[in-house]
Ligand binder design. Structure first.
Ligand SMILES: Nc1ncnc2c1ncn2[C@@H]1O[C@H](COP(=O)(O)OP(=O)(O)O)[C@@H](O)[C@H]1O
Length: 325
């Protein structure tokens, strides 16, 4: 991997830590084990690797934490703040700044207002952001830009029931899911993709899509390489359909109309995934720490070059060379 040349810059990626101080458990269907305490140990291993690993001279300049930093179970035990502090303390051993993405478990633990007033709001590390939506962009080096998106902008979690966004989101989900329990996917004989209309997913408002489009127009003009990050996946070949954003098709068509976009990174689907679409954009879904057994791990370090990004994965996360289009 790599040819020994010094990268322009380096960053770390990690997803779905979902820490809780509780015994191991399983996902909803009982098919996947979840290692709630061990996830903190794996984060600690990742931080140590970024700080002291074999390539410490190429230490990451920043870390992308792709959402679901603590598990929703914390809320039930009034342990949300304590669990978050425990994970942040671990991150504080890392000299790189951390960009936090918001996932469904952020909203199980905190209200939107609480998140906007918390350490999980990283917008001050950006160069421009939206007002009431958690979306911002930053440029860690000339000709490179990262955009953090809010996939729960349209959602029935994290939105006040009296708000217009909630009503709009409820209308969308109801049009596609007739179950009483809206976390239960609707089974359609016509399309597996209908399964994405569940409560633990969400999507992007037209305002956010228009904002993204403007950022990408400017990036095209400046001939930048853009990586977009968000909790929910947007390409059907990079995840199972249950982990796709509601209006993934709309955002995909925007990305595909801008030559600056090179990569999209998400978490949410703990199995991970990858595809390169027909426009040459890489869609990377990071394996979830929470479903990674002790002794293994799930994180990556990305080395950025003029013509490619090289992902060096640890444990369940594979190495990949991501050539720009
Ligand atoms: N098929 C389902 N029916 C009902 N509730 C579900 C179903 N799948 C998931 N849930 C619930 O939705 C929430 C999110 O699911 P979970 O598997 O914890 O998501 P994540 O993969 O983000 O951790 C949990 O409260 C879970 O119990």
């Amino acid at each position: 991997m790599g040819d020994g040349a010094a990268p322009l810059f380096t960053f770390g990626v990690i997803a779905d830590i979902q820490y809780a101080d509780m015994d191991d458990g399983y996902n909803y269907h009982g098919t996947r084990k979840r290692y709630y305490r061990n996830s903190l140990r794996l984060l600690s291993d990742a931080v140590r690797w970024w700080e002291e690993g074999e390539e410490r001279e190429r230490r990451p300049g920043f870390i992308l934490q792709l959402g679901d930093i603590i598990d929703g179970f914390n809320r039930r035990h009034s342990a949300s703040k304590r669990a978050l502090q425990t994970v942040l303390d671990e991150f504080s051993n890392c000299s790189a700044e951390v960009h936090h993405v918001w996932g469904n478990h952020e909203f199980y633990n905190f209200s939107r207002d609480e998140l906007f007033n918390s350490v999980l709001d990283s917008r001050d590390k950006g160069e421009g952001s939206m007002e009431e939506v958690y979306a911002y962009h930053f440029s860690p080096a000339p000709k490179f830009r990262f955009v953090v998106l809010d996939a729960y902008d349209l959602s029935i979690i994290g939105r006040d029931e009296s708000s217009e966004r909630y009503k709009q989101s409820m209308k969308i989900i109801r049009e596609h899911n007739s179950n009483d329990e809206l976390n239960e996917p609707s089974v359609s004989a016509f399309s597996m993709l209908e399964g994405r209309f569940v409560k633990f997913n969400g999507g992007f408002s037209q305002e956010q899509l228009d904002w993204l489009d403007r950022i990408l127009v400017s990036a095209d003009e400046k001939e930048e390489k853009v990586t977009i990050v968000c909790h929910i996946c947007i390409h059907p070949f990079s995840t199972c359909s249950i982990c796709l954003a509601w209006n993934y098709d709309k955002i995909l068509s925007i990305l595909n109309s801008h030559k600056s976009v090179v990569c999209f990174m998400a978490g949410h689907d703990h199995d991970g995934g990858y595809c390169r679409d027909e426009y040459g954009v890489h869609h990377l879904t990071l394996e979830g720490v929470i479903e990674t057994p002790p002794g293994s791990n799930a994180f990556g370090t990305v080395y950025v070059y003029e013509d490619r990004m090289v992902l060096r994965g640890r444990g369940r996360t594979s190495d990949r060379v991501l050539m720009y289009r």
